[in-house]
Ligand binder design. Structure first.
Ligand code: C2E
Ligand code: CA
Ligand code: CA
Length: 524
């Protein structure tokens, strides 16, 4: 029994090599030898007396006692060790996905920097995750994050480790710095997100924007490395690329973003914007159906800052609400101008997600819609993702605006969820198929199939279909053959300032007094 207890004490000494346990081990060895001596002495005896038997029984229980004490000590030590490992795992892992967390990433980065081998840091942000979370709630958002974490971790090569930093942000350390190797990891990430995730009854599709920075060629400190990967990731998101490698020019872009938002404030105060209009054509008779109001921000050198450069910055703050206010005010002025041209148009105004959350939107739109003197109508263009942000509130807002005479169009249809639920539940009168499907319709069968299906769906839902980004006659002919109702694009006309609109009609020499403008005569 004492020899058996030596095994436990040895194990304890390996885990906790303190002098106490070593003394105990020496004592047990001493007792083993003592027991052997007594055994030898008893064997030499010819007859047993009762006191020897009692002594042996006491020695036997002494041995059992030592076994019990050492065994229990070992078990307690193992338990404590397990608890410590558990605690450490909890502290270094994300409770939702089980992936290593931000703290773990920081520890790993310090470790890699200490050993000094080159490596790459990938910062990943999921695309469209926010919409899922906003539309379906955190329960589905969490399930989606777990699936994404599992899938990406499974697909990564052995020299890459995935971390979850929080929200929909992930990071990967790749112990490689050659670009082809890093690209292999990036491809694996995109491959893992390629197909939709089936979360209960929903098929959810997310993408990823990836920013890459290298140690030590680009950054020698952890803070700098993280910042660079972040900047590159935002650039990747903005440019919709699969990944972006950090370089110095990106940093100036980040600074430019701060500058843009400061100058935007000034531009709003000084009313520096212009509102341009792009014609929308009725495909059945080539008549002018309406116009889309598109904002323009002139620079001092006569060029314009593209809306794609500043609208999303404005959307991150309440500046977008002020921009929309200005657009609506301008539209109400331009309505009189269109009246003076004797054309009756449907004027399309773009609304952002933040506009739909603006409690004053109903009041603002009704002021515009109550312009009874004008024969112009108003339609609001909203993207699906904007509609899905707080859907119940959006539903109410849209219902009130519809009752006041406004109509709604789904903008960029096909690039978001293409949700049938939205089409069924919201008062939508029109669907605008995104130009990414339209531009290749004549040589990409998949695009043609999508456009055909959207037109079919819209017809059965009694929605009007608009094709945006029409640039060629070939596209016009295909759209006509498919039964598409309206078209907008450079083939007909680019967006233009109101003064050119007047000229544009005047130059063609013919202003019909009814609302039908023969576009063939006027435009081409
Ligand atoms: P959008 O709502 O999808 O507007 C259509 C964009 O496509 C416009 O770009 C228009 O000039 C462009 N476009 C029209 N036809 C063609 C074509 O045939 N080919 C090509 N390549 N492009 C075409 P723009 O004016 O630069 O506006 C970009 C985006 O900025 C708009 O996309 C819209 O999301 C936003 N935006 C513009 N004005 C406003 C506004 O007043 N308020 C809000 N909230 N967003 C606006
Ligand atoms: Ca639009
Ligand atoms: Ca659009």
């Amino acid at each position: 029994m004492l020899v058996f207890s030596l095994r436990s004490v040895n194990e304890i000494c390996i885990k906790d090599n303190t002098s106490g346990w070593r003394i105990l081990r020496a004592l047990i060895i001493f007792f083993v030898l003592g027991y052997m001596g007594i055994f030898y002495y008893l064997c030499k005896q010819s007859d047993f007396i009762i006191s020897d038997v009692i002594f042996c029984i006491i020695m036997l229980f002494g041995g059992a006692f030592v076994v019990l004490v050492t065994r229990l000590s070992l078990l307690s030590l193992l338990k404590v060790e397990k608890l410590i490992i558990n605690e450490r795992t909890i502290a270094l892992h994300d409770s939702l996905t089980g992936l290593p967390n931000r703290q773990y990433l920081m520890n790993s980065l310090s470790h890699h920097v200490k050993i000094g081998f080159p490596f790459s840091l990938l910062m990943i942000d999921l695309n469209r995750f926010k919409q899922v979370n906003d539309a379906l709630g955190h329960y589905y958002g969490d399930l989606l994050l777990i699936e994404v974490g599992n899938n990406v971790a499974e697909q990564l090569p052995h020299d890459a480790q995935l971390f979850r930093l929080g929200g929909d942000e992930f990071a990967v350390i790749v112990t490689q710095s050659e670009l082809p190797k890093v690209e292999e990891t990036i491809n694996a990430i995109h491959h893992a997100l390629e197909s939709a995730f089936c979360i209960e009854s929903y098929d959810l599709l997310v993408g990823a924007s990836v920013g890459v920075s290298h140690y030590p060629s680009q950054a020698s400190e952890i803070g700098q490395l993280l910042q660079q990967a972040d900047i590159a990731m935002y650039a990747s998101k903005k440019m919709a690329t699969e990944y972006t490698l950090y370089d110095n020019t990106l940093e100036s872009n980040a600074v430019e973003k701060v500058n843009i938002s400061a100058s935007l404030k000034r531009a709003i105060e000084n009313q520096e914007f212009e509102l341009w209009y792009q014609p929308i054509i009725n495909l059945s008779d080539n008549n002018l159906y309406g116009v889309e109001a598109l904002i323009r921000w002139p620079r001092t050198d006569g060029s314009y800052t593209a809306p794609n450069l500043f609208i999303h910055i404005a959307e991150q703050t309440t500046l977008i609400n002020q921009i929309t206010d200005w657009v609506m005010l301008q539209v109400s002025k331009d309505m009189e101008y269109f009246d003076s041209l004797s054309v009756s148009l449907c004027i399309h105004i773009n609304l952002s997600a933040k506009d739909l959350q603006d409690p004053k939107l109903i009041e603002k739109t009704s002021a515009l819609l109550k312009n009874n003197l004008s024969s112009q109508q108003v339609m609001f263009e909203i993207t699906e993702s904007a509609m899905m942000t707080n859907i119940e509130q959006v539903k109410t807002t849209m219902a009130v605006i519809t009752a006041a005479g406004g109509t709604f169009s789904i903008d960029d249809f096909g690039t978001g969820f293409s949700s049938l639920e939205l089409l069924r539940d919201l008062p939508v009168k029109q669907i605008k198929i995104d130009r990414s499907f339209i531009s290749n319709i004549h040589h990409k069968d998949a695009d043609l199939a999508i456009v055909k299906s959207v037109i079919f769906l819209s017809q059965h839902l009694e929605c009007v279909v608009v094709a945006e980004g029409v640039e060629q006659l070939e596209t016009v002919n295909i759209l006509k053959s498919l039964g598409c109702d309206l078209a907008q694009g450079y083939y007909y006309a680019k967006p233009m300032p109101t003064k050119d609109f007047r000229n544009f009609i005047k130059n063609k020499g013919h202003i019909p007094h009814d609302k039908a403008l023969q576009i063939n005569e006027l435009i081409r």
